[in-house]
Design a protein around this ligand. Structure first.
Ligand SMILES: Nc1nc2c(c(=O)[nH]1)N[C@H]1C(S)=C(S)[C@@H](COP(=O)(O)O)O[C@H]1N2
Ligand SMILES: [Mo]
Length: 230
């Protein structure tokens, strides 16, 4: 816990710089871009796949009515009737997974704190399948370094580093606080990780692609820091 807190403090300044990059003037912009590249490299180095975020007791859970709801669509995103998850990219066996198939895989639950860059945080329990388990089933190519997550929410998406995606606390989540995910929080399936900031946790998933090249994201392309570690 102390480790997490101090690391968050350490990164705050650099994160603020990346956010400023959205309204940059030229010479400062070049400097900020340089800083952002540096910050991403440092974060990548600091990130340990073995560092686990603290799991919290039920008493720490936020009342669900008080858990903020974010989506970029103008109306609540609704899953298509024939929803399924496409898993592809540089993999041996691309798959199209139904919710039933995901339910049949080994499940994990974790109650952790959510951190949004807008300054709020909240606690919930999330249930789902480890992304590493899905990666094992599709068989990822050794050249894979990044993972792209896409959604049916007005094109919201995010690109991740492979190590964070394979972290044991990175789930394809279909449950929240002992009930199926609601439309508010990303039904039928969302990405949920204890080691990433809110905007990296793509709700309303449609696709997971394992890629050799780095890709951006909805907020990342507008100046939010790309790594987005907690
Ligand atoms: N598809 C989609 N996923 C998304 C977002 C979004 O707008 N659309 N917002 C992100 C942000 S900024 C946060 S803080 C969390 C919020 O998750 P919640 O609505 O379950 O609280 O979802 C993330 N994932
Ligand atoms: Mo957020």
């Amino acid at each position: 816990m102390t480790k997490l807190v101090s690391r968050r403090k350490f990164l705050t300044g650099a994160t603020a710089l990346s956010l400023l990059a959205g309204c940059e003037s030229r010479p400062a912009g070049a400097f900020l871009n340089l800083m952002r590249g540096w910050n991403e490299r440092v974060e990548g180095l600091l990130f340990s796949p073995n560092r686990v975020a603290p799991e919290l007791p039920e008493s720490a859970a936020t009342d669900e009515e008080d858990f903020p709801v974010y989506f970029i669509s103008t109306a609540m995103p609704q899953a298509p009737a024939n929803w399924s998850l496409k898993v592809g990219g540089l993999v041996d066996h691309p798959m199209v997974l139904t919710l039933d198939e995901l339910h049949a895989m080994p499940s994990t639950e974790m109650r952790v704190r959510h951190h949004c860059v807008e300054g709020w945080s909240a606690v919930a329990a999330w249930r789902g399948v480890r992304l590493s388990e899905v990666a094992r089933r599709v068989g990822i190519d050794p050249r894979v370094r990044y993972v792209e997550f896409r959604s049916f929410d007005a094109g919201y998406w995010s690109g991740w580093d492979l190590a964070s995606a394979m972290h044991p606390q990175t789930l394809l989540a279909y449950g929240m606080n002992d009930h199926p995910l609601t439309a508010e929080h990303g039904a039928p399936l969302r990405l949920y990780s204890a080691v990433k900031l809110g905007y990296k946790n793509v709700k309303y998933l449609t696709e997971v692609n394992f890629l050799p090249n780095k890709v951006g994201g909805y907020w990342e392309d507008q100046g939010y820091e790309w790594f987005g570690g907690v």
